[in-house]
Design a protein around this ligand. Structure first.
Ligand code: HPA
Ligand code: ZN
Length: 326
């Protein structure tokens, strides 16, 4: 299939990727063994057979369990390096990745242990392959505003290594406004801001992310399509949506890949991009996400180029950095 070959060969960016969601079962068992941690699942096949989700929370329960074997800086380095080398082989040239510090702090793993391991891998990828990156600290929205502020305080010695902040975890019942003051503090520090919105949550949460928080990007955004005024507003602002096709399928945000709204988003003039979210859990990395769209929908060559171009324009690279990829 020539479109698949084209999508593999295109230089791509990844703007929506949780590093803890790249934890492949094989590596999880290896790190569990060396850290003498016991996993609830006894074999790789046992674990993989649990990867059947009916909603976001189903997945999150497993995601937090999986990351619990990460204890030392080298674990975070190895996890990040495995991801970067995988997507380097897929012609991903720039990544903007999330990590979830609170998912590790709650287990007694210090902030500096986490960020030092992740950041060193990002630097090595730059050195080895010229791959560029941004690092985004994401707040867990099921936790309190106070906990988010505590996390931000721990991050302040590392502001040079951080480019932005995000908002993830259980969306329903945890609107963006819950973290308004935290995000204001982050913006005052010069950080970019993005938030998961409209994955399971209503269009109202996307409105809040834009108008109350003032996000620079929207992660997912699927349910924004239910509100025509909101669509017009997103288009008018030129906001980028970091869309995740295989994630949407696995978490039942879409019922069938055939019905994925990404082409509709493009047709409406929205800056949609393709991303893998939690590739180890959702059945594939960047190229698999493109392949699924190509195989299951009528997406054409011009749309594939546009998606990749949107990924470059929607990144937090400088204009001159973007220009080197266009
Ligand atoms: N949504 C919300 N929280 C998450 C996700 C997601 O897709 N992946 C990891 N944390
Ligand atoms: Zn996500």
């Amino acid at each position: 299939n020539t479109l698949i070959a084209l999508s593999q060969a295109m230089p791509k960016t990844e703007l929506h990727l949780h590093i803890e969601g790249t934890f492949e079962p094989e590596q999880m068992f290896e790190i569990a063994r060396r850290n003498q941690v016991t996993l609830k699942y006894h074999t790789i096949d046992d674990l993989k057979s649990a990867y059947q989700f009916t909603n976001l929370q189903d997945f999150l329960d497993l995601y937090y369990q999986g990351m619990s074997v990460l204890l030392h800086e080298i674990d975070f380095y190895d996890l990040t390096m495995a991801y970067l080398s995988k997507v380097h082989s897929e012609n991903v040239v720039h990544v903007e990745i999330f990590f979830d510090p609170q998912g590790h702090l709650s287990r007694g793993v210090a902030f500096d242990v986490q960020i030092k391991g992740i950041y060193r891998a990002l630097q090595d990828a730059k050195q080895q392959w010229g791959m560029t990156s941004k690092l985004i600290m994401s707040f867990l929205r099921h936790l309190t505003e106070e906990s988010a502020f505590e996390t931000l305080a721990l991050a302040t010695p590392y502001l040079d290594w951080l480019d932005g902040v995000g908002l993830d975890s259980s969306e329903l019942g945890h609107p963006p406004e819950k973290f308004l003051r935290v995000f204001q503090a982050c913006q005052a520090l010069g950080l970019y801001v993005t938030a998961h919105a409209g994955e399971e949550g209503p269009p109202e949460y996307v409105w809040q992310a834009i108008h109350a928080i003032g996000v620079d990007r929207i992660d997912h955004g699927n349910r924004a399509l239910e509100d025509d005024e909101l669509v017009a507003d997103i288009k008018h602002r030129g906001l980028t949506l970091t869309v995740c096709p295989l994630s949407n399928l696995k978490l039942c945000v879409v019922d069938d890949m055939k019905n994925h709204p990404i082409q509709k988003m493009l047709a409406l003039g929205l800056n949609a991009t393709v991303n893998s979210d939690d590739p180890a859990y959702f059945g594939g990395y960047m190229n698999d996400n493109y392949a699924a769209l190509i195989r299951q929908t009528q997406i054409n060559k011009a749309q594939l180029y546009l998606l990749a171009k949107n990924g470059i324009l929607g990144s937090w690279m400088t204009d001159s950095e973007k220009a080197t990829h266009l």
